[in-house]
Design a protein around this ligand. Structure first.
Ligand SMILES: [Zn+2]
Length: 281
C-alpha cells in the first residue's frame, strides 16, 4: 500500500505530501493513443491492466510565515471511494499538528473535483473547511468553469460547489499569467489539462521544488510530453506545457513532484540528447 504522508525540506521550507486517497489503478487512460507496449515498458510493467500505485495528493508548506495548501483533495467524496486514505486529508493535517483554521493560503493548480474537494464540507456543502484561508487560482480557470455553456456537467458542478461558498465570503483571489502568491511560491501557467491550469514553483535558499499539478500524472510525462492524458481538454497545449515545465525544472535543477505520483516520488529532470530524462531521487 502506498504511503499516505511524507515530509521533506526545500531550503528553509517544510513540505508535507498528504494523500486524500491512494488507490492502485491501471493507468492506460493517461497515455491516450500511445501503443500499450511503449508506455507499459516505460512504467516497468508488462500488462496495461495491471494496477499500480496512484495518489490523490495535496501538499502542505510551512516555514515561510504561511501555512499553505497546494490543492485540497477529493473532499468528503473521497471517503465514499473506499480506497486507502480516501477523504482523510483532515486527519493527515492533524498528524502534522495543523488545524483547519490555521491554513491561511490555498492555491489551486486547477478546479477538477479531486483538487478542490475539501474547500467546503458539511451536510449542505456550505461550510468553509479552512475558514481563514485565502484561495488563489487563475482567472482563466475560474472563467472556464463558470461559463454558462458548461451548465450542469459533473465537473463544472464540482468546481462551482468548491468555489461559490468561499467566493461569497470574499476568500477567493484570482490572477493572470505567472503570479507570486507568497515570497516562496509562484504559480506558473501550464494550460492544456484545463484552460487555467498552473504548476507551482517553490523557492527557498536557492533550492526549488516544482509541483506539477496535472501537467504530469506520472514521471514519464516529463520525458514524453506528447503522451496525452485522456482528460486533457487541449492536448496540443498540454504537450507544450509539459515541455515548458520540463525546461524550467531542468534549468533550475529543481526537484519535481506531482499530486498524482505515489508518496513520496521526487526526481529531477535532466536534458539529454533529443529531450529530457527523469532521474528519481
Ligand atoms: Zn487530477
Amino acid at each position: 500500500m502506498s504511503r499516505l504522508s511524507e515530509t521533506f525540506e526545500i531550503g528553509g521550507l517544510t513540505v508535507a505530501a498528504l494523500s486524500d486517497g491512494a488507490p492502485d489503478r491501471a493507468l492506460g487512460g493517461f497515455f491516450h493513443g500511445v501503443d500499450a507496449a511503449d508506455w507499459t515498458q516505460a512504467l516497468g510493467i508488462t500488462d496495461a491492466e495491471q494496477p499500480v500505485p496512484f495518489n490523490f495528493g495535496t501538499f502542505l508548506i510551512r516555514g515561510d510565515g504561511h501555512t499553505t495548501l497546494v490543492d485540497t483533495g477529493l473532499g468528503a467524496a473521497g471517503a465514499a471511494m473506499d480506497v486507502p486514505g480516501g477523504g482523510e486529508l483532515l486527519a493527515r493535517l492533524e498528524e502534522q499538528g495543523v488545524a483547519p483554521g490555521e491554513v491561511d493560503t490555498i492555491v489551486h493548480t486547477h478546479l477538477h473535483g479531486d483538487h478542490c474537494g475539501w474547500n467546503v464540507s458539511g451536510e449542505d456543502g456550505g461550510h468553509l473547511t479552512f475558514p481563514n484561508a485565502t484561495i488563489h487560482l487563475s482567472q482563466a480557470e475560474l472563467d472556464h468553469w463558470f461559463q454558462p455553456g458548461l451548465g450542469g456537467t459533473d465537473r463544472a458542478l464540482a468546481a462551482r460547489r468548491a468555489i461559490v461558498p468561499p467566493q461569497a465570503e470574499g476568500h477567493v483571489e484570482t490572477f493572470d499569467g505567472e503570479h507570486a502568491v507568497t515570497d516562496a511560491l509562484t504559480m506558473v501557467p501550464t494550460p492544456g489539462h484545463t484552460p487555467g491550469h498552473c504548476s507551482v514553483l517553490l523557492t527557498s535558499q536557492g533550492q526549488h521544488l516544482v509541483i506539477l499539478g496535472d501537467a504530469g500524472h506520472h514521471p514519464v510525462h516529463l520525458e514524453h510530453h506528447d503522451w496525452i492524458p485522456g482528460v486533457d481538454l487541449d492536448p496540443a497545449e498540454s504537450t507544450r506545457s509539459r515541455g515548458k515545465i520540463a525546461a524550467l525544472a531542468a534549468d533550475r535543477d529543481a526537484i519535481v513532484t506531482g499530486g498524482h505520483f505515489p508518496i513520496l516520488t521526487l526526481g529531477k529532470v535532466r536534458r539529454v540528447e533529443g529531450g529530457y530524462r527523469w532521474e528519481g531521487l
